[in-house]
Design a protein around this ligand. Structure first.
Ligand SMILES: [Zn+2]
Length: 291
Protein backbone atom coordinates (compact mmCIF):
# COMPACT_ATOMS: atom_id res chain seq x y z
CA UNK A 1 0.00 0.00 0.00
CA UNK A 2 1.22 3.53 -0.69
CA UNK A 3 1.72 6.04 2.08
CA UNK A 4 -1.41 8.10 1.53
CA UNK A 5 -3.34 8.13 4.82
CA UNK A 6 -6.35 5.85 4.65
CA UNK A 7 -9.31 6.64 6.89
CA UNK A 8 -12.32 4.77 5.67
CA UNK A 9 -14.97 2.17 6.24
CA UNK A 10 -16.54 -0.04 3.60
CA UNK A 11 -19.37 -2.54 3.60
CA UNK A 12 -19.37 -5.73 1.62
CA UNK A 13 -21.49 -8.80 1.13
CA UNK A 14 -21.16 -12.16 -0.51
CA UNK A 15 -23.52 -12.75 -3.41
CA UNK A 16 -26.20 -15.40 -2.88
CA UNK A 17 -25.50 -15.78 0.81
CA UNK A 18 -26.81 -14.22 4.03
CA UNK A 19 -23.37 -13.03 5.15
CA UNK A 20 -22.38 -9.37 5.21
CA UNK A 21 -19.33 -7.55 6.44
CA UNK A 22 -17.54 -4.31 7.14
CA UNK A 23 -13.92 -3.32 7.02
CA UNK A 24 -12.41 -0.24 8.63
CA UNK A 25 -8.88 1.14 8.29
CA UNK A 26 -7.71 4.32 10.00
CA UNK A 27 -4.39 6.08 10.02
CA UNK A 28 -4.34 9.89 10.51
CA UNK A 29 -7.81 9.90 12.11
CA UNK A 30 -6.45 7.52 14.75
CA UNK A 31 -3.16 9.39 15.12
CA UNK A 32 -5.09 12.61 15.80
CA UNK A 33 -6.74 10.85 18.74
CA UNK A 34 -3.62 9.38 20.35
CA UNK A 35 -1.39 12.43 19.92
CA UNK A 36 -3.37 14.37 22.53
CA UNK A 37 -1.59 12.59 25.38
CA UNK A 38 1.63 10.70 26.02
CA UNK A 39 0.07 7.28 26.08
CA UNK A 40 2.12 4.14 26.79
CA UNK A 41 2.21 1.99 23.63
CA UNK A 42 -0.04 -0.75 25.01
CA UNK A 43 -2.73 1.83 25.81
CA UNK A 44 -2.27 3.48 22.41
CA UNK A 45 -2.88 0.10 20.79
CA UNK A 46 -5.89 -0.68 22.94
CA UNK A 47 -7.38 2.75 22.22
CA UNK A 48 -6.83 1.98 18.52
CA UNK A 49 -8.83 -1.24 18.84
CA UNK A 50 -11.64 0.66 20.53
CA UNK A 51 -11.61 3.32 17.82
CA UNK A 52 -11.79 0.67 15.08
CA UNK A 53 -14.57 -1.05 17.05
CA UNK A 54 -16.70 2.08 17.41
CA UNK A 55 -16.28 2.79 13.69
CA UNK A 56 -17.63 -0.69 12.86
CA UNK A 57 -20.41 -0.46 15.40
CA UNK A 58 -21.45 3.02 14.24
CA UNK A 59 -21.85 1.78 10.68
CA UNK A 60 -23.84 -1.30 11.69
CA UNK A 61 -26.39 0.41 13.95
CA UNK A 62 -28.80 2.19 11.66
CA UNK A 63 -29.76 5.37 13.47
CA UNK A 64 -28.71 9.01 13.26
CA UNK A 65 -26.80 9.95 16.35
CA UNK A 66 -23.75 9.22 18.43
CA UNK A 67 -22.51 5.82 19.52
CA UNK A 68 -19.97 5.40 22.26
CA UNK A 69 -18.07 2.63 23.99
CA UNK A 70 -16.86 3.28 27.50
CA UNK A 71 -14.62 0.91 29.41
CA UNK A 72 -14.35 1.14 33.17
CA UNK A 73 -12.08 -0.92 35.33
CA UNK A 74 -9.67 -1.23 38.20
CA UNK A 75 -6.53 -2.29 36.36
CA UNK A 76 -3.91 -0.11 34.74
CA UNK A 77 -6.65 1.67 32.91
CA UNK A 78 -9.28 3.51 34.92
CA UNK A 79 -11.40 4.62 31.97
CA UNK A 80 -11.46 4.64 28.21
CA UNK A 81 -14.02 6.23 25.93
CA UNK A 82 -14.49 6.41 22.21
CA UNK A 83 -17.29 7.90 20.17
CA UNK A 84 -18.46 8.17 16.57
CA UNK A 85 -21.33 10.10 15.00
CA UNK A 86 -23.30 9.46 11.78
CA UNK A 87 -20.89 11.62 9.80
CA UNK A 88 -17.99 9.35 10.72
CA UNK A 89 -16.42 11.81 13.17
CA UNK A 90 -14.31 9.89 15.67
CA UNK A 91 -12.89 10.85 19.03
CA UNK A 92 -11.49 8.96 21.99
CA UNK A 93 -9.55 9.21 25.22
CA UNK A 94 -8.02 6.94 27.87
CA UNK A 95 -7.14 7.53 31.50
CA UNK A 96 -4.57 5.38 33.21
CA UNK A 97 -2.60 5.19 36.41
CA UNK A 98 0.52 7.14 35.50
CA UNK A 99 2.23 6.12 38.74
CA UNK A 100 2.78 2.53 37.63
CA UNK A 101 4.57 1.29 34.53
CA UNK A 102 2.21 -0.29 31.99
CA UNK A 103 3.56 -3.55 30.46
CA UNK A 104 4.05 -3.58 26.70
CA UNK A 105 1.63 -6.42 26.11
CA UNK A 106 -1.32 -7.02 28.32
CA UNK A 107 -4.79 -8.50 27.84
CA UNK A 108 -8.00 -6.52 28.03
CA UNK A 109 -8.96 -8.44 31.16
CA UNK A 110 -5.75 -7.44 32.93
CA UNK A 111 -5.78 -3.87 31.77
CA UNK A 112 -9.38 -3.36 32.94
CA UNK A 113 -9.39 -5.79 35.89
CA UNK A 114 -12.95 -6.51 36.97
CA UNK A 115 -14.28 -3.95 34.53
CA UNK A 116 -17.04 -3.80 31.97
CA UNK A 117 -17.97 -2.01 28.77
CA UNK A 118 -20.90 0.34 28.36
CA UNK A 119 -22.18 0.80 24.83
CA UNK A 120 -24.43 3.85 24.49
CA UNK A 121 -26.60 4.72 21.53
CA UNK A 122 -27.72 8.36 21.57
CA UNK A 123 -30.12 9.02 18.68
CA UNK A 124 -30.51 12.63 17.47
CA UNK A 125 -34.20 12.26 18.22
CA UNK A 126 -35.43 9.97 20.91
CA UNK A 127 -34.19 8.24 23.98
CA UNK A 128 -30.69 6.96 24.38
CA UNK A 129 -30.10 3.42 25.48
CA UNK A 130 -27.20 1.54 26.98
CA UNK A 131 -25.95 -2.01 26.87
CA UNK A 132 -23.49 -3.43 29.38
CA UNK A 133 -20.96 -6.02 28.27
CA UNK A 134 -18.90 -7.92 30.80
CA UNK A 135 -15.26 -8.36 29.90
CA UNK A 136 -15.14 -12.04 29.19
CA UNK A 137 -12.46 -13.26 26.81
CA UNK A 138 -9.04 -11.78 26.36
CA UNK A 139 -9.92 -9.33 23.64
CA UNK A 140 -12.22 -6.46 22.80
CA UNK A 141 -13.23 -8.37 19.66
CA UNK A 142 -14.70 -11.17 21.80
CA UNK A 143 -16.62 -8.65 23.93
CA UNK A 144 -18.09 -7.09 20.80
CA UNK A 145 -19.13 -10.45 19.40
CA UNK A 146 -20.99 -11.02 22.63
CA UNK A 147 -22.63 -7.60 22.40
CA UNK A 148 -23.88 -8.28 18.89
CA UNK A 149 -25.25 -11.61 19.94
CA UNK A 150 -26.99 -10.07 22.99
CA UNK A 151 -28.44 -7.09 21.16
CA UNK A 152 -29.26 -8.46 17.72
CA UNK A 153 -29.29 -12.25 18.20
CA UNK A 154 -27.16 -12.48 15.09
CA UNK A 155 -23.91 -14.46 15.00
CA UNK A 156 -21.08 -12.00 14.39
CA UNK A 157 -17.30 -12.20 14.27
CA UNK A 158 -14.89 -9.34 14.80
CA UNK A 159 -11.14 -8.96 14.20
CA UNK A 160 -9.33 -5.85 15.44
CA UNK A 161 -5.75 -4.69 15.19
CA UNK A 162 -3.74 -1.63 16.10
CA UNK A 163 -0.03 -0.86 16.13
CA UNK A 164 0.17 2.70 17.45
CA UNK A 165 0.11 4.27 14.00
CA UNK A 166 -2.83 2.55 12.31
CA UNK A 167 -5.86 0.66 13.49
CA UNK A 168 -8.26 -1.54 11.61
CA UNK A 169 -11.05 -4.02 11.90
CA UNK A 170 -12.99 -6.65 10.04
CA UNK A 171 -16.57 -7.67 10.84
CA UNK A 172 -18.75 -10.50 9.56
CA UNK A 173 -22.39 -11.10 10.40
CA UNK A 174 -24.86 -13.79 9.47
CA UNK A 175 -28.26 -12.31 8.71
CA UNK A 176 -31.50 -14.25 9.23
CA UNK A 177 -31.70 -17.33 7.02
CA UNK A 178 -34.56 -16.20 4.75
CA UNK A 179 -32.14 -13.84 3.04
CA UNK A 180 -29.92 -16.73 1.97
CA UNK A 181 -30.28 -18.74 -1.16
CA UNK A 182 -30.56 -22.45 -0.79
CA UNK A 183 -27.55 -24.60 -1.28
CA UNK A 184 -24.95 -22.52 0.55
CA UNK A 185 -25.59 -23.37 4.17
CA UNK A 186 -21.93 -23.68 4.99
CA UNK A 187 -21.15 -20.14 3.80
CA UNK A 188 -20.95 -18.74 7.32
CA UNK A 189 -18.43 -21.26 8.60
CA UNK A 190 -16.41 -21.02 5.39
CA UNK A 191 -16.22 -17.21 5.48
CA UNK A 192 -15.39 -17.01 9.17
CA UNK A 193 -12.70 -19.68 8.90
CA UNK A 194 -11.08 -17.78 6.05
CA UNK A 195 -11.33 -14.48 7.94
CA UNK A 196 -9.72 -16.10 10.97
CA UNK A 197 -6.54 -16.53 8.93
CA UNK A 198 -6.17 -12.74 8.65
CA UNK A 199 -2.87 -11.43 9.97
CA UNK A 200 -2.40 -8.16 11.83
CA UNK A 201 -0.18 -6.80 9.06
CA UNK A 202 -2.92 -7.55 6.52
CA UNK A 203 -5.62 -5.87 8.62
CA UNK A 204 -3.40 -2.80 8.92
CA UNK A 205 -1.55 -2.87 5.63
CA UNK A 206 -3.96 -3.76 2.86
CA UNK A 207 -6.71 -1.75 1.29
CA UNK A 208 -10.13 -3.33 1.63
CA UNK A 209 -10.42 -4.64 -1.91
CA UNK A 210 -6.98 -6.21 -1.70
CA UNK A 211 -7.64 -7.69 1.73
CA UNK A 212 -10.93 -9.25 0.63
CA UNK A 213 -9.36 -10.56 -2.53
CA UNK A 214 -6.63 -12.21 -0.50
CA UNK A 215 -9.16 -13.84 1.86
CA UNK A 216 -11.97 -14.59 -0.58
CA UNK A 217 -10.60 -14.80 -4.11
CA UNK A 218 -12.87 -17.75 -4.89
CA UNK A 219 -16.04 -15.98 -3.72
CA UNK A 220 -18.30 -13.35 -5.26
CA UNK A 221 -17.68 -10.33 -3.05
CA UNK A 222 -19.79 -7.21 -3.53
CA UNK A 223 -18.23 -3.97 -2.29
CA UNK A 224 -20.34 -0.95 -1.33
CA UNK A 225 -19.39 2.74 -1.31
CA UNK A 226 -16.36 3.76 0.72
CA UNK A 227 -17.17 6.18 3.54
CA UNK A 228 -14.37 8.50 4.64
CA UNK A 229 -13.77 8.82 8.38
CA UNK A 230 -12.01 11.57 10.31
CA UNK A 231 -11.12 12.84 13.73
CA UNK A 232 -13.82 15.19 14.92
CA UNK A 233 -14.86 16.46 18.31
CA UNK A 234 -18.46 17.11 19.28
CA UNK A 235 -17.57 19.63 21.97
CA UNK A 236 -18.95 23.15 21.68
CA UNK A 237 -19.09 26.33 23.71
CA UNK A 238 -22.76 25.67 24.47
CA UNK A 239 -22.22 22.07 25.64
CA UNK A 240 -19.34 23.19 27.85
CA UNK A 241 -21.45 25.99 29.29
CA UNK A 242 -24.29 23.54 29.99
CA UNK A 243 -21.86 21.25 31.80
CA UNK A 244 -20.58 24.12 33.96
CA UNK A 245 -24.09 25.31 34.77
CA UNK A 246 -25.08 21.76 35.73
CA UNK A 247 -22.64 22.05 38.64
CA UNK A 248 -25.25 24.24 40.33
CA UNK A 249 -25.43 27.90 41.26
CA UNK A 250 -23.46 27.62 44.50
CA UNK A 251 -20.59 25.71 42.93
CA UNK A 252 -20.33 28.11 39.98
CA UNK A 253 -20.37 31.17 42.27
CA UNK A 254 -17.66 29.60 44.42
CA UNK A 255 -15.46 28.92 41.38
CA UNK A 256 -15.93 32.50 40.22
CA UNK A 257 -14.90 33.84 43.63
CA UNK A 258 -11.78 31.64 43.53
CA UNK A 259 -10.81 32.10 39.88
CA UNK A 260 -12.57 35.18 38.52
CA UNK A 261 -13.63 33.24 35.40
CA UNK A 262 -14.06 29.56 34.57
CA UNK A 263 -11.90 27.87 31.99
CA UNK A 264 -12.65 24.39 30.69
CA UNK A 265 -10.41 22.51 28.25
CA UNK A 266 -11.85 19.75 26.10
CA UNK A 267 -9.89 16.59 26.86
CA UNK A 268 -10.62 15.10 23.46
CA UNK A 269 -9.43 17.94 21.23
CA UNK A 270 -7.73 20.41 23.61
CA UNK A 271 -10.08 23.25 22.65
CA UNK A 272 -10.13 25.87 25.41
CA UNK A 273 -13.37 27.49 26.53
CA UNK A 274 -13.39 30.43 28.88
CA UNK A 275 -16.46 31.89 30.55
CA UNK A 276 -16.32 35.29 32.20
CA UNK A 277 -18.12 36.15 35.38
CA UNK A 278 -20.76 38.40 33.80
CA UNK A 279 -21.74 35.76 31.22
CA UNK A 280 -22.08 33.03 33.85
CA UNK A 281 -23.94 35.22 36.33
CA UNK A 282 -26.33 36.19 33.55
CA UNK A 283 -26.97 32.51 32.73
CA UNK A 284 -27.38 31.62 36.39
CA UNK A 285 -29.95 34.41 36.58
CA UNK A 286 -31.80 32.94 33.56
CA UNK A 287 -31.74 29.52 35.19
CA UNK A 288 -33.08 30.84 38.46
CA UNK A 289 -35.98 32.43 36.58
CA UNK A 290 -36.91 29.39 34.54
CA UNK A 291 -36.68 26.85 37.35
ZN1 LIG B 1 -13.41 18.90 21.88
Amino acid sequence: MNNVPVNEIQRFSFDNTNVRGERVLLSSAYQEIIKRQQYPLSIEKLLGEFVAAIALLRDIVKIDGILSIQAKGNGFLSALMTECDENQNLRGIAQWDQAQPVPETISLKEILAGGHLVITISPRNGQRYQGIVEIVGDSLAECLEQYFYQSEQLPSRVWLASDGSQCGGLFLQRLPAEQAKEGDEDAWSRFTQLAATVKEEELLGLETEELLHRLYHEEEVRLYDIKPMQFGCSCSRQRTLDAILSLGTEEVRQLLIEQGSIQADCQFCAEKYEFKEEELLGKLGDQAQTH
